[in-house]
Write a protein that binds this ligand. Structure first.
Ligand code: C2O
Ligand code: CU
Ligand code: CU
Length: 468
């Protein structure tokens, strides 16, 4: 399969604008799915702090990128138009879609130029909580706001009264709401450069109303470029029902205290079913452990008369259709994530470079998005079972993400692993984790750390799944 050859016609739009994209009403009855949305990437202003910050990126004026909702197995189309001066693409994180819809510049499509439209079309075989973000000028566009949740609704309704999407993201702003440097070489070479303002849906610790005594699904997405969120919900009654889009075979208790915090690295998601307190006005905070203490990221507030629901009324989420790998006959590959042996300049073509190389996979730093000589890290046969040994030889955490396929952790040298299906595994410092999957989606699939500074300074590559 050849790498994508730039063809500007393929980057041109085929369709006119469809139905308007609307933000799902937060805390309201689950909104209906959309089949066709225009997404106009543009610069905008918004008061993240108490005065407007300009130079944010969204897909609509004066508001964060909308929560998109589609229905499992049903056709979805997004016409992405670039209204910014730089190039872009859109990627649908975690969705098992056809390779040419994956939004990776040079690998699956040509970057979208100013004024051009690219029409993405796919149907998701999986229900769950996913997200979307650009994959070109990623550092700038994501750090400045362009991340949105993508919800694929189950074909069969699990019976929640409401659904609250919580997009966790930091911004690097000073007290006046002006931008600080989005990243620093020091950060990029270590754990990444942290934001100064921690937000949920672009707000600092917002409160959302939810039906008192109701059953509510929190859909938490960690879309920050750097931060690993350490989450807990003191006093919450309910369960963690899905991670990274996929239902847990056995739902887990909600972490109530700091020590039990659920770790959500960049790119990861958690679906949490809660029963809202019965009494009107009662609140439930979503907390995060941060250096020097903990803080509320969002607060759920009970509203209205007691709906009197019981957690036992929830129907378990149906498992997604995943092929089970044959471990005994699996092909084995090993990837080592660590320092870069040289300091060549990455060539990212039209998609932005940080100008440094700090990281590598198997000691080979990714030479840049536009580098034509870069071959796949591994070539897998369509349909074969695979075990990847992921070895983090650095003192930093790396959320390792594979496009187009999902895998499950089967072993770690550091901890007991949950065998849940995922597209992003958080590798702790010096952790070695084995993950298994069936290579059942053909194409060239990007494989990288989701700390964007690591991705853009070498910790990236791709895996080829070849037919025949
Ligand atoms: Cu969420 Cu390659 O990305
Ligand atoms: Cu992805
Ligand atoms: Cu990393």
């Amino acid at each position: 399969m050849p790498r994508f050859t730039p063809n500007r016609r393929q980057a041109l739009g085929l369709l006119g604008a469809g139905a308007a994209a609307a933000l799902a009403p937060i805390g309201a009855r689950v909104a209906s799915a959309q089949a066709h949305v225009p997404l106009d990437i543009q610069a905008t202003r918004y008061p993240i702090l108490d005065r407007p910050t300009s130079g944010l990126f969204s897909t609509r004026p004066g508001a964060p990128p909308p929560v998109l909702r589609l229905k499992q197995h049903e056709a979805f189309a997004a016409d992405v138009t670039n209204l910014t001066d730089a190039y872009t693409t859109m990627h649908w994180h975690g969705i098992r879609l056809p390779n040419e819809m994956d939004g990776v510049p040079y690998l699956t499509q040509f970057p979208i130029a100013k004024g051009e439209t690219f029409s993405y079309r796919f149907a998701s075989p999986d229900a769950g909580t996913f997200w979307y973000h650009p994959h070109c000028m990623t550092m700038e566009q994501m750090a400045q706001g362009l991340t949105g949740l993508l919800i694929v609704e189950e074909a069969d309704d699990p019976g929640f009264d409401a659904d609250i999407p919580l997009n966790l993201k930091d911004f690097r702003l000073n007290d006046a709401g002006e931008w600080l440097d989005l990243w620093t070489p020091r950060g990029a070479a270590r754990g990444g450069t942290f934001g100064t303002v921690i937000t949920t849906n672009w707000e600092v610790a917002p409160t959302y109303a939810a039906p008192a005594g109701g059953l509510v699904r929190l859909r938490i997405g960690a879309t920050d470029t750097t931060r690993v969120y350490r989450l807990f919900l003191p006093g919450a009654a309910g369960q963690v029902i899905a991670l990274d889009g996929h239902p847990l075979d056995r739902p887990e208790p909600i972490p109530q205290v700091e020590e039990d915090a659920l770790l959500l690295g960049p790119g990861q998601r958690a679906d949490i079913a809660i029963r809202v307190p019965s009494e009107e006005g009662a609140t439930l905070p979503l907390m995060a452990r941060v250096p020097g203490g903990s803080r509320a990221l969002a607060v759920i507030r009970a509203e209205g008369a007691d709906a009197g629901r019981d957690l036992a009324e929830l129907r378990p989420l149906s498992p997604n259709p995943v092929a089970i790998p044959d471990l005994a006959n699996a092909r084995r590959e090993e990837f080592v994530f660590g320092w870069s042996p040289d300091d060549m300049l990455p060539n990212n073509g039209l998609c932005g470079s940080l100008g440094y190389t700090f990281w590598s996979i198997n000691r080979t730093p990714w030479p840049g998005d536009a580098a034509e000589t870069a071959g796949p890290l591994a070539t897998l046969r369509l349909g074969e079972s695979v075990v990847l040994r992921l070895r983090n030889e650095s003192p930093n955490d790396h959320p390792i993400h594979l496009h187009g396929l999902i895998f499950r952790p089967i072993a770690s040298n550091k901890r007991a692993v949950r065998p849940h299906w995922t597209d992003t595994a958080l590798l702790l410092r010096e952790e070695t984790m084995d993950v298994a999957f069936v290579a059942d989606n053909p194409g060239d699939w990007a494989f990288h750390c989701h700390v964007i500074e690591h991705q853009k300074t070498g910790l990236a590559g791709y895996i080829r799944v070849e037919e025949g």
